[in-house]
Design a protein around this ligand. Structure first.
Ligand code: OXD
Ligand code: MN
Length: 594
């Protein structure tokens, strides 16, 4: 075999994998555009990809996954640590030795008659002190093409790796897309990921959730940094000063929309700008000046298509206009473009639905044109508000961490933690009420600590301890301030009280003012809250007035007593690794709202 590196650990691993998987052909992904284009052309011949209208959507493709393979599968995702305790109560666990054997038995000879693609990739700008390298092998051109958008791939990555052993081994085998034999396994101690019987994004683009969150969170604990499920945005004021915020939200809370939001008119005309550094994942480390710096380890957006439109997120929509791969959206046959629910009010009448069956545009919820979890994989460089700091190898300095979820009645529009440990407490009990978008009952509170529930690669209580430990290394003056937001509060009639989208900037502005010590706050039983007159409501006349805002900032003690009970139960379910400091915060909360 031709080799693109002399790295002995890479070559030994590849030799072992090749002997097991038995490919007909081996192709190293070099990162050259010509190679990637040729592969996509090949995939178009087999039907794996479909080339879209070159004038309207240049260099864009459509892919359909198997109908049984349209989302991440948490039930089939495993953390394989030597002991079950290391994986903790929130993860599925299997024994590493037994799991390797089982997966090898499933994957053996599965590349026969196929090509093995070797993808060297960097999470983060190549050579950045915050970046890390992985190698994924796959038998799917769809995976190669997506990885080439979502990460930095190719020969340059191998040059940066040199002879180092610090890289993540990723094996992906499509096999037969058999649900019963689908496994997404992480081996944190071995820097290894093994994914079989899926061809869907989150399960097979191994740099994303598998590496950048599950494996990286484990590495981060051992190496003194943080891998978080957080967007990064920069808020530039009219003086040209930019402050950066990292924010974590569970699914279906509008994270990509917040990361790319357009300031409301009054702000825009004054010169405020929002810059997107990342929409999903942050890798965070202390810099030489004692502040925390974050990079986005990704190089593209793997966004949910339905609901993305000119109003909800024009920047995301613009990002999909070139060099994008669409997965499981509706195919408009009249002009060979794509459509999804919520794009506009004109569904195509001559179309194929996401499964490839004829579809006539009848908006019938039983048979949508696009799968509700259909996606776009779009290059970050397409984003009109991409931060000029996107490629900065040292990352951006973080002023604030923001946690948020959907709580119809409980959480106020915004509040600030009393200190770092209290902020960790707030993140640790992050919760969201289920929406109709997910299966199961609507309105049920799901605890999703730091929005990391399916992504912590080790024990949850130990992860909380790591957050507390990071705090101990920071000068409180330099540590990011920690906040909670709730864009989804409802009034007694069930109407959302806050307009959301671009108007969320009004809340971010208050957050930055708090970080800069420019504004006072009221101390309440749950933390610091804005004085209502300090949230700018100019331009919201007729939508939100000061009385409505006061309602949104109300803390209902009876509801918080219930919440404290829920937190107590949640902590109890996590076992004895939940740090004492967090129980102390819970006691304070109980006392304050009792
Ligand atoms: C995602 C997710 O796809 O968090 O980003 O599920
Ligand atoms: Mn995510």
């Amino acid at each position: 075999m031709e080799r693109l590196t002399t790295n002995p650990t890479v070559n030994a691993w590849l030799d072992e994998r090749i002997a097991l998987l038995n490919p007909d052909k081996i192709v190293w992904i070099t990162g050259d555009k010509a190679q990637l284009d040729a592969l996509k052309a090949e995939a178009c011949e087999t039907g794996e990809l479909y080339k879209l209208n070159e004038e309207l959507l240049p260099e864009c493709y459509l892919h359909r996954t198997a109908v049984n393979d349209v989302a991440r599968v948490e039930a089939r995702t495993f953390i394989c640590t030597p002991t079950k305790e290391e994986a903790g109560p929130l993860n599925n666990w299997m024994d590493p030795a037994e799991t390797y054997k089982m997966l090898d038995d499933i994957a053996r000879d599965s590349y026969k008659g196929r090509t093995m693609y070797i993808i060297p990739y960097s999470m983060g700008p190549i050579g950045s002190p915050l970046a890390k390298i992985g190698i994924e092998i796959t038998d799917s051109i769809y995976v190669v093409s997506n990885m080439a958008i979502m990460t930095r791939v190719g020969t340059k990555v191998l040059e940066a790796l040199g002879d180092s052993d610090d890289w993540v081994r990723g094996t992906h085998c499509k096999c037969d897309i058999d649900e019963e034999k689908r496994y997404i396994c992480q081996f944190p101690q071995d820097n290894a990921i093994y994914s079989v019987n899926s061809g869907y994004g989150g399960n097979v683009l191994l740099g994303k959730k598998c590496f950048a969150l599950r494996i990286a969170s484990y590495q981060a604990k051992n190496e003194g940094w943080q891998a978080e499920h957080m967007l990064i945005l920069g808020l530039e004021n009219p003086k040209g000063e930019t402050k950066y915020i990292c924010a974590a939200f569970p699914s279906a809370c509008g994270k990509t929309n917040l990361a790319m939001m357009i300031p409301p008119e009054g702000y825009k005309s004054k010169g405020y700008k929002v810059w997107c550094v990342g929409d999903d994942i942050s890798w965070i480390r202390k810099g030489a000046d004692g502040r925390l710096y974050a990079i986005n380890p990704e190089n593209g957006f793997f966004g949910v298509a339905p609901g993305t439109n000119e109003k909800s997120n024009p920047n995301a929509l613009a990002s999909t206009k070139k060099g994008t791969i669409f997965t499981n959206v509706c195919h408009n046959l009249d002009n060979n473009t794509v459509w999804w629910e919520g794009l506009d009010k004109n569904p195509p009448t001559n179309a194929l639905d996401w499964t490839g069956k004829p579809w006539n545009g009848e908006v019938d919820t039983d048979r949508p044109g696009a799968n509700p979890n259909s996606r776009f994989t779009a290059p970050a460089k397409n984003c009109p508000c991409l931060s000029p700091e996107f490629e900065n190898p040292n990352g951006v300095p973080i002023s604030a961490f923001v946690f948020g979820g959907r709580r119809a009645k409980l959480a106020p529009l915004v509040y600030q933690s009393r200190d770092w440990n209290h902020g960790v407490f707030i993140g640790s009990v992050l919760s969201s009420e289920t929406t109709a978008a997910a299966t199961g009952a609507v309105g049920v509170v799901r605890r999703d600590p730091m929005a990391m529930r399916p992504f912590i690669g080790y024990d949850c209580g130990t992860y909380f301890q790591h957050w507390l430990d990071i705090g101990k290394t920071l000068d409180p003056e330099k540590a990011p301030k920690i906040f909670n937001v709730n864009w989804f509060r409802k009034d007694d009639e069930g109407h959302f009280m806050w307009p959301g989208f671009g108007d969320n900037l009004r809340v971010l502005e208050w957050i930055i003012k708090r970080c800069d010590g420019e504004v006072d706050a009221d101390e309440t039983p749950i933390g610091f809250m804005p004085k209502p007159e300090d949230i700018n409501l100019e331009g919201l006349e007729g939508e939100v007035d000061i009385n409505r805002l006061k309602e949104m900032l109300n803390v209902d003690k009876a509801l918080w007593q219930e919440e404290a009970k829920g937190i107590e139960e949640f902590y109890a379910s996590l076992g004895n690794t939940v740090p004492k400091e967090l129980y102390d915060c819970l006691e304070t909360l109980k006392k304050n709202v009792g």
